[in-house]
Design a protein around this ligand. Structure first.
Ligand code: DGY
Length: 326
C-alpha cells in the first residue's frame, strides 16, 4: 500500500478540517499560537506534498520554488494576497481559497462596526466602566443616525452585496463604486453606481470591500479622506493596506472625518504602542470578520477539501489560478 501524502497545516484549525484530512493524508500541524517563522515554514513545506496555510503565512516565490514535492496550496481564507500566485502557477501548483462561506459573517461584522462607530458604543461602555454615569443627560454621547443616511460601498463583490442587503432595514440610500458596473445588481438591490470621488463626497458611511491588489493598495489616502464629509464614518473589513494608516490617523485627528472602525490594519497585529490606539474616534478589532463558529468550521472544511483534491490531482473546487489546468 502506498504511503499517504504529507500535509503541513500552519496552525490549529477547526476540527472539521482535520477530520476531513484524517485518513486521507498524514498531517503535521504547527501547534503554536503564533505562525511558523518563515524559515520554519520553508523547511516544513520542503518536505510536504500539500500546504494548508493562513493569511499570516508568507508563501513567496522562494518557498514555492524550493518545495520539490508541493502539489497544492490551500489557503483557509478568501483573500490570498500573501501568496505569490504567479510563482505557483508557473510551477503548475493550484492554489485554493474559501470564498462564499464567510460572506455573511464578514457583512455582519461590518455592520457591527458601523453601528458601534455611529453610536459610539466603545466610548459609552468606557464611560460606564469609569464610573462617570451620574444621570441621564440630553446631550450625552450623541451619535450619527443610520435611517435615511447614505451608505457608500467600495467594491460590490459578494461581501459588498451582503452589506448592501442589510442596509434595506435601515432605509438607507446605497451607493457603490467598483471597477465594473453591475446593472443587474443595481436593479435587484436598489443600489446606485457612483465614480469613486462622488461616492466619497456623498456618503455618510463609507465601507470598503475590495481585494488587495496593486490597484487598490492605498486607495484611501489623505486626499480621499479630505473628499469625505466631516461627519462621515469610515469602515474597513477588507485588508489593511487599502488604507494609508498615517493619512487615516491625520484625518481622524483633524476631524476631516468623524470616526473610523477597522478590522484590518498595517501591520497586523498592531503593537500596543501604535498611535492609532490613542484616538478616541477609532475602533479597532483584531481581524475577526469571519470569526463565527459556523463560518470558521466551514472555512476549515473547504480548505481541507481543496487540499485533498489537489493531492489527488483533481480540480480544486475553489481554485484561484485555474490557468494551471490549461
Ligand atoms: C479572508 O478570508 O480573507 C479574511 O480576511 C479572513 O477570514
Amino acid at each position: 500500500m502506498s504511503k499517504l501524502p504529507l500535509v503541513f497545516v500552519t496552525r490549529q484549525i477547526p476540527e472539521t478540517g482535520i477530520a476531513y484530512l484524517s485518513g486521507r493524508a498524514r498531517i503535521e500541524v504547527w501547534e503554536h499560537k503564533e505562525p511558523p517563522p518563515y524559515q520554519e515554514l520553508v523547511a516544513k513545506t520542503q518536505n510536504s506534498d500539500g500546504l494548508l496555510c493562513l493569511l499570516t503565512d508568507r508563501i513567496d516565490r522562494q518557498l514555492i520554488e524550493s518545495s520539490p514535492h508541493l502539489k497544492v496550496i490551500s489557503q483557509m481564507a478568501v483573500g490570498y494576497d500573501n501568496i505569490d500566485i504567479v510563482a505557483a502557477t508557473e510551477k503548475k501548483i493550484p492554489v485554493g481559497n474559501t470564498p462564499g462561506v464567510l460572506t455573511e459573517a464578514t457583512a455582519d461584522l461590518t455592520w457591527a462596526l458601523l453601528l458601534a462607530a455611529a453610536r459610539r458604543i466603545p466610548e459609552a461602555q468606557k464611560y460606564v466602566k469609569d464610573g462617570l454615569w451620574k444621570t441621564w443627560e440630553p446631550t450625552l454621547l450623541l451619535g450619527a443616525d443610520l435611517t435615511e443616511a447614505t451608505l457608500g460601498i467600495v467594491g460590490l463583490g459578494r461581501i459588498g452585496q451582503a452589506v448592501a442587503r442589510r442596509a434595506v432595514g435601515f432605509n438607507m440610500r446605497v451607493l457603490y463604486y467598483g471597477r465594473t458596473r453591475k446593472p443587474e445588481i443595481e436593479n435587484s438591490l436598489g443600489v446606485e453606481f457612483r465614480q469613486f470621488d462622488s461616492l466619497l463626497a456623498e456618503s455618510d458611511f463609507v465601507t470598503v470591500h475590495a481585494p488587495l491588489t496593486s490597484e487598490t493598495k492605498f486607495m484611501f489616502s489623505y486626499k480621499q479622506f479630505q473628499r469625505m464629509k466631516e461627519t462621515s464614518i469610515f469602515i474597513n473589513t477588507s485588508r489593511g493596506l487599502l488604507v494609508d494608516s498615517e493619512a487615516l490617523y491625520r484625518a481622524l485627528c483633524e476631524r476631516q472625518i468623524a470616526y473610523a472602525a477597522l478590522d484590518v490594519t498595517v501591520p497586523e497585529p498592531l503593537t500596543s504602542q501604535s498611535k492609532l490606539l490613542s484616538l478616541p474616534n477609532l475602533i479597532i478589532v483584531p481581524h475577526i470578520g469571519s470569526a463565527s463558529y459556523k463560518t470558521r468550521s466551514k472555512m476549515a472544511l473547504m480548505a481541507a477539501v481543496n487540499l485533498i483534491a489537489g493531492l489527488n490531482q483533481e480540480r480544486l473546487p475553489n481554485c484561484v489560478n485555474p490557468d494551471v489546468y490549461n
